[in-house]
Design a protein. Structure first.
Length: 103
């Protein structure tokens, strides 16, 4: 059984603050991608909804993800997002994912 953890989800925010949210997400992505155990970390802006970001994370282990949850750069990201008019967020953690090539 794999220890891989996948996180998927959305963050809804004030469309007028989209550029600020993207800047905060970029900083969080850069710092998180350098963490031990991180295998993927991406925020992407929804092409049809200017007030929505999509979240994708992949972690080698739960311990790596838990270390990320206590990181200073995640705290900085959360503080920045608090100024972006977040109206909702929904994240789902998938445990024990096993990968196989699709394409």
């Amino acid at each position: 059984m794999s220890d891989t953890i996948i996180v998927t989800g959305i963050i809804d925010l004030d469309p007028a603050r989209r550029d600020d949210a993207i800047a905060a997400a970029l900083a969080a992505m850069e710092a998180t991608r350098a963490e031990d155990g991180n295998e993927g970390y991406t925020f992407s802006a929804d092409l049809a909804d200017p007030g929505r970001l999509h979240v994708f994370e992949q972690w080698a282990t739960a311990e790596a993800m838990n270390a990320h949850m206590g990181s200073a750069h995640l705290a900085e990201f959360m503080a920045a997002m608090a100024t972006c008019g977040v109206t909702g967020a929904r994240l789902t953690k998938w445990e024990g994912a096993t990968a196989s090539k699709l394409m």
